[in-house]
Structures are given as structure tokens and as C-alpha cells.
Design a protein around this ligand. Structure first.
Ligand SMILES: [Zn+2]
Length: 632
């Protein structure tokens, strides 16, 4: 038996009780929570669409809830009740979240916290559960004791008296997650995404660093249970003194989402959703059998969000120039040199641009990375948890595509969780269609096909309902935008221009505006186009190119933009990276005159163009080889 061998491998005498491994649920059980008395198991399917409670003595299973995506962050409390949150999407796209309490003894379900925008999260406190919302909170620390939680890269500690302190024990993290207080209430355990597990005291003073683990929880005051990355993952036992650090789940199982209570450790298997249980030969902390005072809803003193503006979680793909990044060395005619294209670079440029554009439009945003290092390549569970923690209304992942074969194509593709036409999370298909609608209007690109929106289960054939990792376990309406194909050479040349990446983000914002019914709200528009030679063609004929992309771009052209009063408002210099791209951002809607200059600042063309409110106007220009400059 595998466990015996693990036992022998362990450093020190502690470990798994022999023969304690048990299967509690044989499929589709995720985020398992066991009650401290070992009687009850709470779990949900991959998509969080329902919440199930199993009586481990009788084997009977009851549905706690099956509307509003109640799964994932529900808590099975010491008082035997289930605390959970549902979400409801309003007509304006905003998600409102409601706190519930379910009593398995009576089968009664009660709304304990009325709907509010932003993050609403059940949390373990010293003597019970609170449901923590940004505006209103169910129960308070005076009733249930101290607790902690994370938002962005801040750790919040609420003491017995109800005072909240914001701490930042670790710098340069992509966000804190999974904070919990030790059973004796003296320490706080949390994960700093991209940095690993940390334990600090109640002043945020660093105590110890436990390495790269996820989803940690306290076994007792000295031991912690956690998992390592989702791929090849196992459940680990870690001691606070650093003496013990060893896997306790069998090798090869892909064990995820560990949780422990009353000496039992439960976890799920990544794809099957089988729920397993282990017991350790270490004394657990038994919870105090303490009655919790009747709850009431508390107004939070300093609400984070004053008005309900849409909140977008941006995930600009994987970080770092590692093997999973899509690196393509590219010979650039205009430079007579090789430039190194990395998908992670253009994804981040688009992500940061989208963040800025949306914030200027009055949205709130959160982003999974701001830099491009290997450490920014977060685990999928971290990204899902960061998105949930941000209280976002939508999840938006940004990538570019590649055929992976010789044949070249170029079209925008939106992917959402589910089957074609049947998204798991309501709203995802609509979001994808709106974003793709604006993406394909981009006239700087040469498209080979029209835009597509597909469910990831239909699109990928790598297993029934497997789909994209980053959309799995994500219950926000969401999508992954494969804006264009970077292995189509001319498209890659465009993606090496940051303004072109900005334009993609801007067009995404137009789709997002429509999703939230805010497209009429914004004033400024954008003007963009390309400059190509009408009669000079590319000589790299071995490369597959379509239509206008066969024409050489006019590297080094200059564009001057004059407003309707005739004064110069902007100048744009076309780069020498073979893309011919020009983009004028943030323009007042009106009629403009656009002048094209080339060579010795000679004027070749003048065109009139209208910029419309919160839209993109396109103007592609061409020059002829023997064209004479205009007289000014
Ligand atoms: Zn990618």
C-alpha cells in the first residue's frame, strides 16, 4: 500500500495513520469541507452550481442549494450549519451576492445577509462563522471572535472588539489568499500569490515562510495542511518549526483542495472529483463546543466601494519567458534584425492597457499580474481565488492564439466555460459575443475568418468537460479572449506594436461597456489604421500571408491629425517593425483631417475622418512607389 511507503519516507515519526485512507464521495465532489465531529461532508461539483451535504454515518446526501452558484467557499460550521453565498446577475451585468445559512437538522434555509455588490465571503472566526461583505456583514467579532481575510495584497485582521487592521506582511505579491488564524488565535497563515505560504503574528510581523504551497489550513497550532501546484499535486503536511514537510496523499493522485478538521484531512482528485479522507497520528485541536450568539447584520463602517460600479478581473495570461510562453524569434525587415516575440509580453501590454482604459471609464479592476516574471505564472487555483476575492462581476483572460500546425489563419476567438451556446455561468456567452463583435471590426488586422465564440468543452477534445484550466472552478461570468493568431507573421508584427495591443484592449472595453450597458456613457473615440505600399510587395514569399498583408508596410511614415478648428492635435510616428500601425487614442468626437507624411517630412495624402463617441474609426492608407508629394 502506498501509504506505508510514504510513512517510511517521512522525516520524523508523524504522518498518516495506517489504513485510514477512505473514499467519501466517488465523483464530482470539489472543495470538500468536513465537520469537526467527522459526521458531515460538504462539497460542490466543478462548476459550483450546487452545494451538497453528505451524512457520513448514514450515507445520505442532501442538496443544500442549487441556484446562484453556491459552491466553493461555503463553510460547514461547528454549530452544524452551512453558511454560503449565492450570486445573481442583474440586468446591468452587476453581480449581487446573498448570504445564506442552512440548517441540516431542520432543512431550513435562511437568507442572513441581503444582496450586495462586491465580495461576500463566509469566514471562520474563533467561535463561529461570519459572512463578510464589503458593505454589510452578518455577525460581528463580538459574537464570534476574531477573524481575518484578504483583499488584493492586503491582510485584514478583525479583533474581538471589532476593530479592523490592514497589514501587508509580504511585499511584491500578486495578491494574498486563504488567510486563517491559528486555533489558539495567536498567528495568521496566508498565501501570498507568487511568493508562497507565510505565517505572521497579529501585528503582521513575519514568523515563518513555508514555501510554495496553496490552499493552506491549520491542522493544530503546530501543523499545517496544504497542497502544491495543481499539476502533479499532492496534499502536504508542514510543521511550523520547519521540521516536517512531506506529502501525505498518495503519489500520482493529483490531490487538490485539502481541508482539515477534527484530525481528519479531506481533499479532492483534480479531474474525477473523488473525495478522499486521511487521518493523521498527530493530536488535532478539538474545537470548543461553544454556542454562538444569534447573528445580526452589521453595517461596515468604511465601505470599500461607495457606489456599485462594474468590477472586472483581468488575467493577462501566463507570466515569464518560460517554456510555456510562446516565444517566436522574428526577422524584422525594417530593423534588419531579429526581434523576440513573447506571447506573455503582448498579453501583459493588453492587460495593463485594459486596466487603465476601464479605470478611466469609471470601472474598478483587479489584475493577476503587473510584471512579466516566472513568479507571475500563477497557479490556476490562485487565479480563480484572486478573481473571487476581488468581488468582480466578470473574469477576463487575455491571450493570443496559434494554430500549432503549418496552416496559418487569423481570427478572434472567445472561449467561455461550457458547451457551445450553453455557458456554465450565465452571462459568459453574451460577454464573449460582445467582445468578439468589436474585435473583428479591427481593420488593421487581416482576418481569414469571422470571429467565433465557443464553449471550451466543445472546443477542446482533451477530456469530457475538462476545457481550459483557468476557466475551471471559476463561477464569475467570464471568458478567455484569443484576440488574434500570433503565429501568423503579419499579425505577430502588429502585436509587437504596443499601440496595436492597446487598440485590442480598447476594443475589448467597447464589448465590456455593452455587456454592462454603459456604451453610451463615454465621450472619447479612437482613430486607427495602417500605412502600406500599394505596389511594393513583400519578398518573404515562403511565409503564408493574406490580402493586404502581402503589401509592404510603410515603416517610418508620420501622421498628423488636425481637429475641426484646423489646429494640430496629435502626431504619430509609424514604427519600423513591419506593422504600419497607427493609433490615436482618447479623441474628442468630431471631424478630423489626417495627413500622411513620408520621407523628408513630405506630405502625400490628406483625408477627412469622423471620430465617434466611444467607438473606433478606421482608416487604412496606402502610398504608391512613384507618388509625388502634395504641395502644401
Ligand atoms: Zn496564451
Amino acid at each position: 500500500m502506498a501509504l506505508v511507503c510514504l510513512w517510511a519516507l517521512g522525516s520524523g515519526a508523524v504522518g498518516v495513520k495506517q489504513g485510514s485512507a477512505q473514499t467519501l464521495v466517488d465523483s464530482c465532489g470539489f472543495f470538500p469541507q468536513i465537520s469537526p465531529d467527522g459526521q458531515w461532508l460538504l462539497y460542490s461539483p466543478t462548476e459550483g452550481t450546487s452545494l451538497m451535504l453528505k451524512n457520513l454515518t448514514t450515507g445520505t446526501v442532501q442538496t443544500v442549494a442549487n441556484e446562484g452558484y453556491p459552491g466553493f467557499d461555503a463553510i460547514l460550521a461547528q454549530d452544524g450549519k452551512v453558511y454560503y453565498v449565492t450570486q445573481q446577475r442583474k440586468k446591468n451585468g452587476l453581480l449581487y451576492r446573498t448570504g445564506h445559512c442552512y440548517d441540516p437538522a431542520t432543512g431550513k434555509d435562511q437568507v442572513v445577509l441581503k444582496p450586495q455588490h462586491g465580495r461576500v465571503q463566509p469566514l471562520h472566526a474563533a467561535r463561529g462563522v461570519v459572512i463578510n461583505g464589503e458593505r454589510q456583514v452578518y455577525r460581528n467579532a463580538k459574537q464570534v471572535g476574531a477573524y481575518c481575510y484578504t483583499r488584493g495584497d492586503m491582510l485584514y485582521l478583525v479583533d474581538e472588539a471589532g476593530n479592523t487592521r490592514a497589514l501587508q506582511p509580504v511585499q511584491d505579491s500578486n495578491g494574498y489568499l486563504w488567510a486563517s488564524m491559528s486555533p489558539d488565535g495567536t498567528k495568521v497563515l496566508f498565501e501570498a500569490a507568487s511568493r508562497g505560504l507565510f505565517v505572521c503574528d497579529l501585528n503582521g510581523e513575519y514568523i515563518t515562510e513555508l514555501g510554495e504551497f496553496l490552499m493552506p489550513c491549520w491542522y493544530n497550532n503546530d501543523y499545517i495542511i496544504a497542497m502544491n501546484g495543481a499539476n502533479g499535486s499532492r496534499v502536504w503536511l508542514l510543521s511550523l518549526d520547519g521540521e516536517v514537510c512531506k506529502p501525505i496523499s498518495p503519489r500520482g493522485e493529483r490531490a487538490v483542495q485539502p481541508m482539515t478538521a477534527g484530525g481528519k484531512v479531506v481533499y479532492s482528485l483534480l479531474y474525477s472529483g473523488e473525495v478522499k479522507q486521511l487521518e493523521l497520528d498527530i493530536a488535532p485541536v478539538l474545537p470548543p463546543a461553544m454556542a454562538v450568539g444569534k447573528g445580526k447584520t452589521e453595517k461596515v463602517k468604511n465601505p470599500v466601494n461607495k457606489k456599485d460600479v462594474p468590477r472586472v478581473f483581468i488575467n493577462p495570461g501566463h507570466g515569464g519567458h518560460d517554456s510555456d510562453d510562446r516565444h517566436v524569434p522574428t526577422w524584422v525587415i525594417g530593423r534588419q534584425d531579429t526581434i523576440h516575440y513573447y506571447e506573455s509580453n503582448s498579453n501583459l501590454t493588453k492587460g495593463l492597457a485594459l486596466k487603465e482604459i476601464l479605470e478611466n471609464k469609471g470601472y474598478e479592476t483587479a489584475i493577476s499580474r503587473k510584471t512579466n516574471y516566472t513568479e507571475d505564472d500563477l497557479e490556476l487555483f490562485e487565479i480563480v481565488a484572486l478573481a473571487a476575492n476581488s468581488g468582480a462581476d466578470i473574469f477576463f483572460a487575455i491571450h493570443s492564439n496559434a494554430t500549432g500546425v503549418e496552416r496559418r489563419v487569423n481570427f478572434p476567438l472567445g472561449l467561455y466555460r461550457g458547451w457551445d451556446g450553453k455557458p456554465v455561468v450565465e452571462g459568459s456567452l453574451k460577454l464573449s459575443e460582445l467582445v468578439m463583435k468589436h474585435a473583428v471590426k479591427n481593420e488593421l488586422a487581416v482576418w481569414t475568418d469571422k470571429e467565433r465564440s465557443n464553449g471550451d468543452w466543445s472546443f477542446y477534445d482533451w477530456g469530457y468537460k475538462v476545457g481550459l484550466g483557468v476557466l475551471r472552478f471559476n463561477k464569475l461570468p467570464g471568458m478567455l479572449s484569443e484576440g488574434s493568431f500570433h503565429d501568423y507573421l503579419p499579425e505577430r508584427e502588429r502585436l509587437m506594436n504596443n499601440n496595436y495591443c492597446w487598440l485590442e484592449a480598447w476594443n475589448q472595453s467597447l464589448g465590456i461597456d455593452e455587456y454592462f450597458k454603459r456604451n453610451k456613457k463615454f465621450q472619447n473615440g479612437v482613430l486607427a489604421g495602417t500605412v502600406r505600399w500599394r505596389d511594393i510587395f513583400r519578398e518573404d514569399n515562403e511565409v503564408q500571408m493574406f490580402n493586404e498583408d502581402r503589401q509592404l508596410t510603410v515603416n517610418g511614415a508620420m501622421l498628423r491629425l488636425y481637429n475641426d478648428r484646423g489646429s494640430l492635435s496629435r502626431v504619430y510616428n509609424v514604427d519600423d517593425l513591419d506593422n504600419g500601425v497607427f493609433v490615436f487614442t482618447n479623441l474628442m468626437p468630431q471631424k478630423y483631417k489626417l495627413e500622411l507624411y513620408y520621407g523628408n517630412e513630405q506630405l502625400y495624402q490628406t483625408v477627412k475622418i469622423k471620430v465617434k463617441k466611444n467607438q473606433t474609426s478606421y482608416k487604412n492608407l496606402t502610398l504608391k512607389k512613384n507618388q509625388k508629394p502634395l504641395k502644401k
